[in-house]
Design a protein around this ligand. Structure first.
Ligand code: ARG
Length: 468
């Protein structure tokens, strides 16, 4: 048993004994890093080719290695090869699988000139690049659901709110699109991140760089990267890109949770803005009448988890000295958790939004309430030459006059006399802006809530989706 590492391990020569059970149990990562197996095999194939180019594998050996790796890949993908209890990590398990297929003499040559440190850093980037694309597509489905709903209501008003108080009427479509734009920026962020993820740490070795005449640029190109990292220490020891990914996933959660919070409120009896589809809501085990917005609540709740994934990772990275430290193994579970969480959440949220039934009559009834046209009175007065400072006071007095009635009047219910008593400039012509439609139409600058601008905005949002 001379010159043999422990079964399933990649080291052992300098150790008189194998690891204690508790050491092995703590160290073990196959239960999560096995997810990266196919990336590790792709890396191994590329690595075999650079070994061959450097004269360290003959033509026959390369062919034998690639064939064994191909068979191993098939067995991994079919599930017939899985980590054994004795395997410490994905790299050890795959080396065992390779040795079983290529034989110890040939298989034992593959590890030359690479380290698990550069391997894992590369695998994580490959994983994040694929995951980013999948998440982006799920986010775009949510955007589609929002734009489709917006398209159904080109003219429907709703009460726009600030501080959750009635503020000014807006179009329902405008409000829905206000949720779409941050999600489109999230997709953009994932795309931007990919430009940074596109550099391969493979060849960085443990930290000091590639030896044996191996070419990191060739491995990078074969694995679909734009090039190798500029600094092997950075390549193996940094996880800022994992943290950036985690930030974007947390932000997506935050964006989904804001929509969700509104859906939860909108579905209450008090608001009555929407009805949830039966397929996208749940019941109560005791109250037969209940229909609960569980998707929205889980989106809100799981966002806490996504934020936790980010903050946990940042805490792990804080103050880690260069270069690789085993702490870095803790980068994977939070990133995987974020991917799995969004994998469940995104299709559920897009389905929930796509199947919402809005109640435009209810929204229209509420749109002018709460004196939401007071700003329109002030701006109408400005157009009559009244300074805004005065106009603001006058419109405020109109609100006060309404509230002096019991029950309170709405602004359009004030009589001509009441209006002119408040200010002589308040002629009956002011009534032209005391309608929701008039108010909406007046906000016709770019980005505003006028129907023509919202239609324009909807097209712009759809064009962004199409451009990704
Ligand atoms: N499992 C480790 C990780 O995920 C990679 C292996 C590096 N291990 C080591 N002892 N240097 O980061």
């Amino acid at each position: 048993e001379k010159h043999r590492t422990n079964e399933g391990s990649l080291w052992g020569g300098r150790f008189a004994s194998g690891p204690a059970d508790v050491m092995a149990a703590l160290s073990k990562s196959t239960h999560f890093d096995w997810k990266l197996a196919r990336y590790d095999i792709a890396g191994s194939k590329a690595h075999a080719r650079v070994l061959h180019r450097a004269g360290l594998l003959s033509e026959d050996e390369l062919a034998g290695m690639l064939s064994a790796l191909g068979r191993l890949e098939d067995d991994v993908l079919s599930g017939s090869f899985v980590p054994a209890e004795s395997d410490e990590d994905v790299h050890g398990a795959l080396e065992r699988g390779l040795l079983e297929r290529a034989g110890e003499d040939l298989g034992g040559k593959l590890r030359a000139g690479r380290s698990r440190n550069d391997q894992i850093a590369t695998m994580v980037r490959m994983f994040l690049r694929d995951a980013s694309r999948e998440i982006a597509s799920g986010v775009l489905d949510v955007v589609d659901a929002l734009t489709e709903q917006a398209a159904k209501y080109p003219e429907a008003p709703m009460p726009g709110r600030t501080h959750l108080q009635h503020a000014q009427p807006v179009l329902l479509a405008h409000h829905l699109l206000a949720h779409a734009w941050p999600l489109l920026r999230d997709v953009q962020r994932l795309k931007d991140l990919d430009a940074r993820l596109a550099y391969s740490p493979y060849g960085s070795g443990a930290l000091a760089g590639s030896s044996l005449g191996l070419d990191p640029a060739q491995v990078a190109a074969e694995l679909g990267f734009d090039g190798p990292v500029a600094n092997s220490i950075d390549g193996t020891a940094s996880r800022d890109l994992v943290a950036e990914f985690s930030w974007v996933t947390a932000m997506i959660g935050v964006d989904l949770s804001r929509i969700s919070e509104e859906v939860i409120i909108w579905a209450t009896k008090e608001f009555g803005f929407v009805t949830l589809d039966d397929g996208y809501s749940t019941g109560s085990s005791i109250m037969p009448q209940k229909k609960n917005p569980d998707i929205a609540e889980l989106a809100r709740g799981k966002t806490g988890r996504l934020i936790g994934d980010l903050t946990g990772l940042l805490a792990t990275l804080k103050a880690l000295p260069l270069a690789y430290n085993r702490d870095l193994q803790e980068d994977k579970e939070p990133a995987f958790d974020a991917v799995d969480t969004l994998g469940l959440l995104l299709p559920a949220v897009s389905g929930m939004i796509a199947t919402l039934t809005f109640h435009p009559e209810r929204l229209a009834e509420l749109a002018p309430q709460g004196f939401s046209l007071a700003t329109d009175i002030a701006e109408w007065l400005v157009r009559q030459g009244v300074p805004f400072r005065v106009a603001h006071e006058v419109a405020g007095e109109c609100v006060r006059a309404c509230e002096q009635h019991s029950p309170a009047k709405e602004l359009h219910e004030l009589t001509d006399e009441e209006l002119s008593d408040i200010h002589p400039a308040l002629t009956p012509q002011v009534r032209e802006v005391l309608t929701v439609a008039g108010s909406l139409a007046s906000r016709d600058a770019v980005g505003g809530t006028a129907p023509n601008r919202v239609a324009e905005q909807l097209e712009a949002a759809r064009a962004e989706v199409a451009a990704f």
